[in-house]
Ligand binder design. Structure first.
Ligand code: PRX
Length: 654
């Protein structure tokens, strides 16, 4: 095994060809790869025709000053016009943009493109009345309601970059973001529904604004009807301010490189990074990938089950689907509110054809058991997608069989807040998908796996995932910090964007993501990825979810420590569960990866977007005081884990 790259442990032989009919009618065929390879920039130039330009661009890409890209140079457009008006003009005003489902039972709304256009125009007029001008930043701190989309599009319409802050974040997160981008206006709601009760949002805004004197207006949507504090002269009700406006608003065309939004993402250290996305390239990148990767057809009902506060929501609830004139489901609730079968009920009710969600959700459904999805008719589904983490082969198989009825292809899509658009993914009508692999860079995208010095690795070898050519929806910089942008993404390897992820190429040259390189373990000189060992654990029939970390070890440098959640059907796993799982890992991928210690836990610490926080587990494994838990979705999880460990199970090395 090479010292340079990551070890290649897992071997997967299953693969699934595209369903014949899908392949026959696919939006994108295998020729697209060759076509894009031949001339990448004209390929993207052609994809840009999906967008309505007020003025055509004169050059596809200006890369004369890397890493600062300019896409579709000279082009002018309005993002909101592209997402709503043009569909209405084309006669599709009565098409539903969103089947919106609120958390309280029966609270639903179908929003057509025509209705969306009217509301977006009203909100744009309202923002203008509040003095918002092109270039001003507007913070949006909202629940998952249609007004959130309206607010984003209204900002885009008048050229005011939006900063959506996930509604589950604290007032401190809001302070950091508002201050960093110097937002002058905040759009929020009195509150939102979360697991059956009304949770306040406005109080967090009020608290935050004590530290943000620059904010002059707060526009408040009435959602829950709860009492809220009020600052006269600053706070205005959405229904008063937006409701009275005209439904006419002439969209102004902005430069292709006009800032569209900033989305903050936390790094492992330091303050959150404001990832800046601009207009033309972002719309081209998201609409093309939404159409290509999900093979979008006119009669599809698309559902991205994610929050609008994350990039997945920005690109594949809002901009991609709306630019394509698609019909989507938008759901305010969590997977178990009002009950554990709600997703499947919604799929049956709205005849959802494409479901796009995170592996963490799939593993949670696996833990609960298939009796919930089995109660619903899921036969409308034709395609499934996954995003956010590697999907373990076993979770993939469960998703494929239980949710997809063994007929739907799965697209495992790799991308980031920074990339804006899907980068590495199967094409559903072309690729023979392998459980656990994101497969290949999309047409027009150039991804490689390289070793420590930036040399591409061979098939069967592991290393770092890099992007070697610019792409339309790429981040343009870190807001207000060009140096940090260069340092963070472009300095590790010359002329390449380094994403921070480990990856390997299998014998066919297909890409497997192996987790963040910060999480790599070094066991007796072998660099082991978290993903492969976790996948081996999840392939045991009693395991639903696993997290692996390296803990200091006198003999081996680091030793593998695993935390596992069992499936509900496995009960407590039996008295030999730990030995059983250790032996299972040894059998699946070799003795080198056998965990020194396995802890059965009721929950794992996750960020609010569902990613496992391995850093905290490492503290537990190394018997340290557990570090900062402020970004945890549920801060009581770490107590649950430590209480459990007091009672429980570990095994020594042999
Ligand atoms: O580590 C990769 C993981 O999520 C990171 C990006 O996170 P974020 O910016 O929050 O965006 C998430 C939604 C796009 C990546 O660096 N990641 C995302 N998708 C995958 C993945 N890891 C493996 N496989 C994926 N399909």
């Amino acid at each position: 095994m090479s010292e340079q790259g990551l070890s290649n442990l897992m071997h997967e032989e299953r693969h699934f060809d595209p369903p014949e009919e899908l392949a026959r009618n696919a939006n994108v065929t295998a020729e697209a790869y060759a076509e894009a390879d031949k001339d990448r920039l004209s390929f993207w130039g052609r994809q840009a025709e999906r967008i309505t330009w007020a003025e055509p661009f004169t050059e596809v890409l200006d890369w004369s000053n890397p890493p600062f890209a300019k896409w579709f140079v000279g082009g002018k457009l309005n993002a909101s016009y592209n997402c709503v008006d043009r569909h209405v003009e084309a006669g599709n005003g009565e098409r539903v943009a969103f089947h919106w489902v609120g958390e309280p039972e029966g609270d639903t709304r179908d929003v057509t493109y025509a209705a969306l256009k009217d509301e977006v125009c009203q909100a744009a007029n309202a923002l203008t009345e509040l003095g918002v001008e092109a270039g001003d930043r507007v913070a949006i701190y909202m629940p998952m309601i249609p007004e959130t989309v309206v607010a984003m599009l209204a900002c885009a319409r008048i050229g005011a970059p939006h900063i959506v802050v996930f509604g589950g974040f604290s007032s401190q997160a809001l302070v950091d973001r508002i201050q960093d981008c110097d937002a002058r206006v905040v759009i929020t709601a009195d509150g939102g529904y979360r697991r059956g009760s009304a949770a306040g949002l406005k109080p967090a805004v009020d608290e935050a604004l004590e530290h943000c004197p620059g904010v002059r207006s707060v526009l408040v949507v009435k959602r829950t009807g709860q009492d809220v504090g009020w600052t006269e002269g600053r706070d205005v009700w959405w229904e008063d301010m937006v409701g009275k406006q005209s439904t006419e608003h002439a969209p102004q065309a902005f430069d292709a490189e006009h800032p569209l939004y900033v989305m903050y993402t936390s790094g492992t250290t330091g303050k959150p990074k404001g990832i800046l996305h601009t207009t033309g390239g972002y719309l081209v990148g998201t609409s093309y990938t939404h159409w290509a990767v999900f093979d979008l057809k006119d009669d599809d009902v698309f559902w991205t089950a994610a929050d609008i506060g994350w990039v997945t929501g920005h690109s594949y609830i809002v901009y991609g689907p709306l630019a394509n004139g698609a019909t989507s489901v938008m759901f305010e609730g969590t997977p178990d509110t009002p009950h554990k079968g709600i997703w499947w009920e919604l799929i049956e009710k709205y005849k959802v054809t494409i479901l796009y969600c995170a592996p963490t959700a799939i593993r949670t459904f696996m833990k609960w058991g298939k009796e919930f999805p089995e109660k619903a008719d899921l036969s409308s589904l034709r395609l499934l997608g996954s995003v956010g983490e590697s999907i373990n082969p076993e979770a993939y198989m469960w998703y494929r069989e239980v949710i997809g009825g063994s007929r739907c292809p799965i697209v495992d899509t790799w991308w980031q807040t920074e990339t804006g658009q899907i980068m590495v993914s199967p094409l559903p009508g072309v690729t023979s998908g392998k459980p656990g692999s994101a497969m290949k860079a999309l047409p027009g995208i150039s991804a490689k796996v390289v070793d420590d010095v930036g040399t591409p690795v061979g098939n069967g070898e592991g290393g770092y995932l890099v992007l070697t050519e610019p792409w339309p929806a790429m981040l343009r910089t870190i807001y207000g910090d060009d140096e940090r942008f260069k340092d963070t993404y472009w300095s590790r390897f010359e002329n390449m964007y380094f994403a921070g992820d480990g990856a390997k190429l299998d014998e066919d040259g297909d890409i497997w993501l192996l987790g963040r390189v910060d999480d790599v373990m070094n066991v007796s000189g072998h660099r082991l990825s978290t993903t492969e060992i976790e996948s081996a654990l999840v392939s045991h029939p009693k395991v639903a979810e696993a997290a692996v970390v390296g803990a200091k070890d006198e003999d081996t440098g680091q030793a593998v420590c695993a935390f596992v959640i069992l499936r509900d059907s496995a009960g407590d796993g039996g008295k030999d569960i730990v030995e059983e799982l250790r032996a299972h890992v040894a059998k699946e991928i070799g003795k080198i990866a056998r965990p020194r210690q396995i802890m059965v836990v009721p929950e794992l610490p996750k960020t609010r977007s569902g990613k496992i926080m391995r850093r905290l587990l490492k503290d537990v494994a190394e018997h340290r005081e557990v570090g900062d838990v402020t970004t945890l979705a549920d801060s009581t999880v770490m107590n649950l884990i430590s209480d459990n460990l007091k009672e429980d199970s570990s095994a020594g090395d042999d």
